[in-house]
Design a protein around this ligand. Structure first.
Ligand SMILES: [Zn+2]
Length: 87
């Protein structure tokens, strides 16, 4: 079995069983970018479908991800829930 490295940050993934190309943190960041790209911006109509708490959450998460380049696990999970709720 091959030992591979994360395609984004280069950390060793050890002995892989599946076909993962990234470590968990990079995979999460990739999904976060995907969610944020598809979730509505504040000036888009779809944004109205989010309640005030989710709108506020989304704005703060966008800001934090832009500044720090990552979210906490909790934030990531909530973001995923919001994304699913709009699909
Ligand atoms: Zn990585």
């Amino acid at each position: 079995m091959a030992v591979d490295c994360c395609a984004d940050c280069g950390v060793s993934l050890g002995t892989r069983m599946g076909g993962a190309e990234r470590c968990v943190a990079c995979e999460r960041n990739r999904l976060t970018r995907h969610y944020l790209a598809l979730l509505p911006e504040a000036d888009e109509g779809e944004h109205e479908r989010l309640g005030p708490l989710r709108r506020k959450f989304l704005a703060s998460v966008r800001e934090q991800f832009g500044r720090r380049g990552k979210l906490t696990e909790k934030q990531f999970l909530i973001l995923g829930e919001i994304y699913e709720s709009l699909r």
